[in-house]
Design a protein around this ligand. Sequence first.
Ligand code: XMP
Length: 318
Amino acid sequence: TFTPNAFVEEIVAEMKEKIGNDKVVLGLSGGVDSTVAAVLLNKAIGENLYCIFVNNGLLRKNEFQSVLDQYKGMGLNVKGVDASKRFYDALAGLDDPEAKRKAIGNAFIEVFDDEAHQLTDVKFLGQGTIYPDVIESVSATGGPSATIKSHHNVGGLPDFMKLKIVEPLRMLFKDEVRRVGATLGIDPELLGRHPFPGPGLAIRILGDITPEKVAILQEVDAIFINGLKEHGLYDKVWQAGAILLPVNSVGVMGDERTYEKVVALRAVESTDGMTADWVHLPYDFLMKTSNEIINKVKGVNRVVYDISSKPPATIEWE
Ligand code: XMP
């Protein structure tokens, strides 16, 4: 059986031995895996771990600052890089989902490479890869680094890809990562966060991305997620979020007809994301949430609830 304490002791010793006095650079995402990997590496090598947390402008409302503060509070040596504009520029005019994903992947690699270049004598790249990622990338693409490589289609590997890899979690399943995180004293709220896709809100805004659309979706999403928390529903749901639809619908304000945005709310139960059922959220909660969104978020006049399961629908809309 898996004992988190024994694992921590062993892996920290192993990392110390492997890394010695060399430096490691690691990208934090705000998610569970990269956070636990960073805390383990920090325990092993302290200030020689250089963490980079990139704001791609596609995170949830206030998330960049609050998660960055949290990382600093944990004693991590972390640099926050606000690259929102770079991502918005890369996304401008793109409406194909895979083109959007590719643009985001490329922009991330460029930003990370720039930052890694400002550090001298880094020997290792730390990653929060967990066991299911290892299996998936080997079977899907023929090697663990192939996924990240495929994003980089602009001639040669970025320099940080030439670093040696350290992956303290590569033998663990998700629930084991959470248990290790708890043993390390990481905030239970962070460990219990819903999964959030790497391309972030970009794949929940159907069609092309503008900073204005992102701002609208952030407001809607925050009302929905905070509501789930306030009503004790957040932990009963595997993943939830809002989607900004590329249609206007008619509404009425006084004597005027308005044409404004429609948002969809999605909440699913799942164990691994491979299959998922829509959650029967209480009507009362949906009513309050819908009212709050329509009253508070300018530009939205209609809210719908997604009642599709996976398969055949997917969790995300793009
Ligand atoms: P789907 O939409 O395929 O999503 O049912 C399954 C899980 O994967 C997440 N997802 C992504 N995560 N990059 C990611 O890092 C992506 O491009 C991406 N697309 C979907 C989704 O949020 C869900 O948890």
